[in-house]
Design a protein around this ligand. Structure first.
Ligand code: NAX
Length: 328
């Protein structure tokens, strides 16, 4: 019906889905007063569990929730969808090689790309969350040429939020005082969490020095962010879900409503900015404009220290791309 935003969530009966759908139906993603139709997608064996999620959504009596549709047919869900959150993916199992995981997921994102291409509006905004997220987004786009590349992104906002929070903690400040953090590259252990352009209210020293200089970055902060997902698994026995759901809402909320003069990290198609040439989906500093467009922020400081990390994560993404192309 009129004025209702249609949102697809794939993998909606999974861990992240369970944390995410109440946030969306509660207004956290689209903003106050915006009605939402949720289209939840799962594979056939999980449809029973998905019905349970739907029952709980009904039991929340969310005023903004217009309708909930459950389906195992992505093409059905994608018709005229406004926002597409692709969480569902094949999980990494013990003994699985990285290439096997890529192959399983390449097939999923190829099929979803084809479905998106045939039925979705060209204005659809897509965020890929399922791993390997950047390369899954690349595959999706390859098979969805009717959807502009700029409408297909992958999630690195969780990494961005982790970095921001860790800098705040280190400097004993509230997170709202920390500005200008960037995640570069892949949502993987090669990502480069960068504080060179960070500013923190009330701290006049360059933030890199204030937190402890290059040695601290190299030996502590960077590896801690890169391995944060593994630390959560070790502690909880399950991978991050609450913080991932929160980051998905942040990503979409900023994309829809604009960041003003601030910027955030989003994995987007590389366009040559910062020496990262086309062909991969690479996390960049992005400024979003009200209404849903965005641009890669230009002119941030990148030094030799940054270059080394940025090239390493780029190389990993190019290798993933080669692997994906050799499979498809
Ligand atoms: P779960 O295994 O709990 O849930 C995934 C769900 O997806 C399952 O219910 C499964 O049935 C469903 N699914 C699988 N294939 C599907 C398909 N073709 N169509 C629709 N649904 C399908 O995993 P969860 O913890 O929710 O994580 C989901 C994905 O997010 C994983 O790939 C994970 O690695 C990735 N993550 C990405 C993050 C990011 O920042 N980009 C952070 C969190 C998370 O680790």
């Amino acid at each position: 019906s009129k004025g209702v935003v249609r949102v697809v969530v794939t993998g909606a009966a999974g861990q992240i889905g369970y944390s995410l759908v109440p946030l969306i139906a509660g207004g956290k993603m689209l903003g106050p007063g915006v009605k939402v139709e949720l289209r939840l997608v799962e594979i056939p064996p999980a449809m029973g569990a998905l019905e349970g999620v739907k029952m709980e959504l009904e039991d929340c009596a969310f005023p903004l929730l217009d309708k909930v549709v459950c389906t195992s047919d992505a093409a059905e869900a994608f018709v005229d969808v406004d926002i597409c959150i692709l969480v569902g993916a094949f999980p990494r199992k013990a003994g699985m090689e990285r290439k096997d995981l890529l192959a399983k997921n390449a097939a999923i994102f190829k099929a979803q790309g084809e479905a998106l291409n045939s039925v979705a509006s060209p204005n659809v905004k897509v965020v890929v969350v399922g791993n390997p997220a950047n390369t899954n987004a690349l595959i999706l786009s390859t098979f969805a040429p009717n959807v502009p590349k700029s409408n297909i992104t992958a999630l690195t906002r969780l990494d961005h939020n982790r970095l921001k929070a860790m800098v705040a903690l280190k400097l004993d400040k509230n997170v709202t005082y920390v500005d200008g953090a960037v995640i570069w590259g892949n949502h993987s252990a090669t990502q480069f969490p960068d504080v060179l352009n960070c500013k923190v209210d009330g701290i006049s020293d360059p933030i890199r020095e204030a937190v402890g200089g290059e040695a601290y970055l190299r030996d502590e902060l960077i590896p801690k962010i890169q391995k944060r997902g593994a630390a959560i698994i070790a502690a909880r026995g399950l991978s991050s879900a609450m913080s991932a759901a929160n980051a998905i809402c942040d990503h979409m909320n900023d994309w829809l409503h604009g960041t003003g003069d601030k910027y955030v990290s989003m994995a987007v198609f590389a366009d040559g900015s910062y020496g990262i040439s086309e062909g991969i989906v690479y996390s960049m500093p992005v400024r979003t404009m009200k209404g849903g467009s965005y641009e890669i922020v230009q002119g941030l400081t990148v030094d030799a220290f940054s270059q080394e990390y940025m090239k390493a994560t780029e190389a990993e993404l190019r290798a993933e791309r080669e692997d994906a192309l050799s499979i498809l």
